[in-house]
Design a protein around this ligand. Structure first.
Ligand code: PLP
Length: 386
């Protein structure tokens, strides 16, 4: 078999075999509709009940706080549009940051077109939002603040607990939403302790299938549903639940959280190993912070004098899969909002690749990738200069 090194885990991950097997069982045997009253329906409903309990244990909340959606994007849409519509009498001002995923930025743009006002906060050179800046931006009419847990392009970790505290200190009525699509499964997140009212996560980023997402909605948080239909999930999200996806996402989440400390340690040491190797080459820059001040699984590197797309395909020739910027945005090419926000030098904007690892990544794979870079970079630079 040809060598394959998958380093695009922030785009999506390989399913855990146990998760795929569970889905298979649900598709072929336990395929009932959870709303049906007969035995097959009850079996399906039990998978959902079990999954809710698993997520409640992980997030230290009640199962009634867990809602399932079709993806992280839908969870973000439900949180933002749902909160805006349910709370517009209290105000029409929302706050977010300049480095959010398009699932947030495009939804905010939509809300602006509906008459809401949105403040986009700056970040520092490492992509971090200052909680004091959030405090200053919150007003009497601010109904929601949305800040991501982990940035998908450079792996910046946002100080969400301090931001949550700042939001509530300034205006206890303002809701706090966290897009944790990149952070869930990689870090402990306790919404209540961190003053988080709404939290989004996605199945396919944590070794379960595409097509399933989660939204945590805190007790007493007012949200208006955005999908209408049969009234499933207390009317918050109509539509027959993706039982197989939900059960698989819970299984993968439990597996990740059961061994979180060991995996985090290993991922940080892999990250350090890889950075040490590749920065031996001249003109290679790491974007954002390193070590435990950054996400364990995201490594953003800029290569002077090399076009990202050319390097991406040269690595692909060697069986190595990486990403130029964020895969989710690559269908509509534009300069990365995150790289612009952290004031990346103009000549490096088009020379940046993201290497993202997972619990399945090995040191040997990173050694192979670093060897490939040592070989390709001087060659491509010579080629680019000609
Ligand atoms: N938010 C962040 C930070 C992401 O990285 C992504 C996907 O990359 C999303 C939201 C969207 O998630 P999904 O692909 O499940 O819609």
């Amino acid at each position: 078999m040809e060598k394959e090194v998958y380093l695009d885990n922030s785009a999506t991950t390989k399913c855990f075999p146990e998760a795929a097997e569970l889905m298979n069982r649900i598709y072929l045997t336990d395929y009932g509709n959870p709303s049906s009253m007969h035995h097959k329906g009850v079996v399906a409903e039990n998978y959902i009940r079990g999954a809710k309990q698993t997520f409640a244990d992980i997030l230290k909340c009640s199962p009634r706080n867990i809602y399932f959606t079709s993806c992280g994007t839908e969870s973000d849409n439900l949180a933002l549009i749902g909160a805006a519509r349910a709370n517009h009498r209290a105000g029409k001002h929302l706050i977010t940051t300049k480095i959010e995923h398009p699932a947030i930025l495009e939804t905010m743009k939509f809300l602006q077109s509906e008459g809401y006002e949105v403040t986009y906060l700056d970040v520092d050179e490492n992509g971090r939002v200052d909680p004091a800046a959030v405090y200053d931006a919150v007003r009497d009419d601010t109904i929601l603040v949305s800040v991501m847990h982990t940035n998908n392009e450079i792996g910046a970790l946002e100080p969400v607990a301090q931001i949550g505290e700042a939001v509530k200190r300034k205006n206890p009525g303002t809701l706090f939403h966290v897009d944790a699509v990149q952070g869930f499964g990689k870090a402990l997140i306790h919404p209540k302790k961190m003053h988080i009212d709404l939290l989004s996560a996605s199945g396919h980023k944590i070794h379960s299938p595409k097509g399933v997402g989660l939204l945590y909605i805190g007790d007493g948080v007012k949200i208006q549903n955005i999908i209408y239909g049969g009234g499933q999930q207390n009317g918050m999200r109509s539509g027959t639940e993706n039982v197989a996806g939900i059960a698989a996402m819970a299984l993968s989440a439990k597996k990740l959280y059961d061994q979180l400390d060991e995996d985090r340690e290993r991922l940080y040491s892999l990250k350090q190993f890889f950075i040490e190797k590749v920065t031996k080459l001249d003109g290679v820059h790491v974007n954002g912070l390193q070590g435990t001040d950054s996400a364990p699984h995201v490594i953003s590197l800029s290569f002077e004098g090399v076009r990202a797309e050319v390097l991406l395909h040269a690595l692909e020739e060697k069986g190595i899969y990486v990403s130029a910027g964020s895969a989710c945005a690559s269908n509509h090419p534009h300069i990365s909002d995150t790289l612009l926000a952290i004031h990346t030098k103009e000549e490096l904007l088009d020379s940046t690749l993201r290497f993202s690892t997972s619990v399945l990544t090995t040191k040997e794979e990173l050694q192979y990738t670093s060897d490939a870079l040592q070989e390709l970079i001087p060659f491509l630079r010579k080629y680019t200069r000609q």
